[in-house]
Write a protein that binds this ligand. Sequence first.
Ligand SMILES: Nc1nc2c(ncn2[C@@H]2O[C@H](COP(=O)(O)OP(=O)(O)OP(=O)(O)O)[C@@H](O)[C@H]2O)c(=O)[nH]1
Length: 304
Amino acid sequence: MPSNDLGPVGEKPQPDWILELTEQLPGVIFQLHRAPDGRMYFPYLAGSGIQKLGIDRLDLAQSALPALERLSEDGYPRLMAAIERSARCQSPITTKFQLRLADDRMSWIALRAQPRKIDTGTLWYGMMIDISEQMAEEQRLRRLSDTDDLTGLANRRKLMQRLDEEISLSNRHAFPLSLMMLDIDHFKTINDTWGHLQGDQVLKDLATLCQEILREEDLVARLGGEEFALLLPLTPELHCRKLAERLRERVAIHDFGIGPKRITVSIGIAEHRIGDSQETLIHRADENLYAAKHSGRNQVMVGV
Ligand SMILES: Nc1nc2c(ncn2[C@@H]2O[C@H](COP(=O)(O)OP(=O)(O)OP(=O)(O)O)[C@@H](O)[C@H]2O)c(=O)[nH]1
């Protein structure tokens, strides 16, 4: 094909070996045409991925709609915005989205395409490839890096990330937000008396108790050792204090495998104030935890 020929390749005869090569590709290569009125179609489509899509390429040569209708709810506006931006700035499209394939599976698709202005609108030269496996692996690794090994709770890294998001929402919209810092009392004695394995079991059971008492949108994290943080979005201090009391009482009567009434916790609470950073909010909750420890442990403290 001459380099100055910008027309659709689907209209030109191709040698057999090109046809064979393109049909075997593990993905899809395409030309996508968009007219000034926004209508789109694929003048050229090739690759083994077309079978997985399960839409006749002759239909797609008339209109891109049957493929666009398979996009996920958030994938559709994202792709449309990418196409619009690419046409306006004549910049490449680099995006990914979820698409329903012929077997009804939602697959993650990566799309790269280069636009060219032509007389009849914009013509993209691009490729799509199924990246569902990579996305699943990425998700698995992200979960691992966000999770505390022993309890399966969120770890400090995840807490900081959520705290960042929730604080910026609260700063912007004045949504209430509360944070509890919780520490097991005399945990060293528990380890020394019952052994480290039993100590680990206490930590796991406490993680379960915390999760049972909170809502799904709350976050329980283990910060390390016997220290936990509970982040409660849309929760004012008064409500948080009631939950903290309930949790403290439940822990105090629970049998962690060493008989009931053996374990207690101290809890410090802080409510978000406009302008707070992660550090100031955590610091206030920590100060209250410290005060709870120094006032005799097995209590909830709010004051500072
Ligand atoms: N079993 C177990 N113990 C841990 C883990 N991480 C930290 N610890 C132990 O937790 C204990 C914490 O002891 P301290 O910091 O003295 O606190 P404490 O004994 O709870 O005393 P107060 O907090 O003042 O009530 C130490 O003995 C640590 O070895 C863990 O993952 N598993």
